[in-house]
Design a protein around this ligand. Structure first.
Ligand code: CAA
Length: 294
């Protein structure tokens, strides 16, 4: 990834964990970035998170200090969605997984973004086709599903809705390449190719914890050492967010079937505010820097 040339403007809508990561990677890849959120505190947090991740890359010799500074400078923040998308060539929506919220946002984006802009959603399981139905020209809408942590994970899952055009899929593949990601193209089906398998393992691990099969550490160690997963399923649920995984499971339970019924323990933990790394506690305890507490 380089930031030597300006490739156009990417508007990222939603400055949570994923939005912050997508904004950072786009900025590092030479795009100007408009990062939108309704909360200025969240925008500040996203900028601080991007700075921390860039620092880590500088410390590892993967990026020089000047590239870090120009990436940070390339990210402008907005609390007005119309202003954020006004000059965008690509829009990536990354707000919480609620269909109504996404439909509202896409209605506003449709009014304010240039007609030529590719309209992407980072949803991890909701229907691209349904989100696109509020846009006058739904052929412009495509799923652009990124993975956490965005600066590290290589995959971009490109999701083709019923009315997504081949031209939009091609534009998504070009965007993926420009970000240094490797893309797969999947059909719009609940959970796509990744979330369906990811949450199946995560939910089963939570049920095993409920049934006292083994400790959280040992369930994770089983998959790390026995299957070479880089991170066990409970640790990964802490990284992704328990609320995010619950929302995906609820959706897949409704759309696909009984095998995705959310475990009671997951529901209880979300109700208690144990959302994982971002709240300081999930299946493990985490400090403000994202390191595990003993
Ligand atoms: N920014 C920049 N660099 C980072 C980083 C970040 N946020 N996080 C990790 N890194 C870098 C580290 O600096 C390190 O670099 P080197 O290889 O040069 O040393 C490298 O990534 C590995 O990190 P660590 O040594 O700290 O720790 P690790 O080896 O355990 O790797 C991990 C951390 C990359 C997160 C790895 O555990 C992993 O791949 N875990 C699985 C993640 C995963 O499955 N993500 C998908 C979640 S599902 C999703 O996101 C989609 C959804 O819809 C919910």
């Amino acid at each position: 990834m380089t930031n030597a040339t300006n490739k156009g403007r990417v508007a990222v809508l939603g400055a949570g964990t994923m939005g912050a990561g997508i904004a950072q990677v786009a900025a590092m890849s030479g795009y100007s970035v408009s990062l939108f959120d309704v909360s200025t505190a969240q925008l500040d947090k996203a900028r601080a998170g991007a700075a921390q991740s860039l620092d880590r890359m500088v410390a590892k010799g993967k990026l020089d200090a000047a590239a870090k500074e120009s990436a940070l400078t390339a990210i402008e923040t907005f609390t007005d969605v119309a202003k954020a998308v006004a000059a965008a060539s690509v829009v990536v929506e990354a707000v919480p997984e609620r269909m109504e919220l996404k439909r509202e946002l896409f209605t506003a984006v449709d009014r304010a973004a240039p007609e030529s802009a590719l309209l992407g959603t980072n949803t991890s399981s909701l229907s691209i086709t349904e989100i696109a139905s509020v846009v006058r020209d739904p052929s412009r809408v495509v799923g652009l599903h990124f993975f956490n942590p965005v600066p590290v994970m290589e995959l971009l899952e490109v999701v083709k809705g019923v009315r997504t055009s081949e031209q939009s899929v091609d534009a998504a593949l070009t965007f993926s390449k420009a970000l240094g990601k490797t893309a797969i193209v999947v059909r719009d089906f609940p959970g796509f190719a990744t979330s369906r398998l990811g949450v199946a393992i995560g939910a089963e691990a939570i049920r095993m914890l409920e049934q006292g099969v083994a400790s959280a550490e040992d369930i994770d160690r089983a998959m790390e050492l026995g299957y070479r997963h880089p991170m066990g399923p409970l640790k990964l649920t802490d990284l992704v967010g328990l609320d995010v995984r619950l929302a995906i499971l609820e959706h897949l339970h409704r759309e696909v079937g009984e095998q995705f019924r959310p475990p009671a323990l997951l529901r209880q933990m979300v109700r208690a505010g144990k959302l994982g790394k971002k709240s300081g506690e999930g299946f493990y305890k985490w400090d403000a820097e994202g390191a595990r507490k003993a």
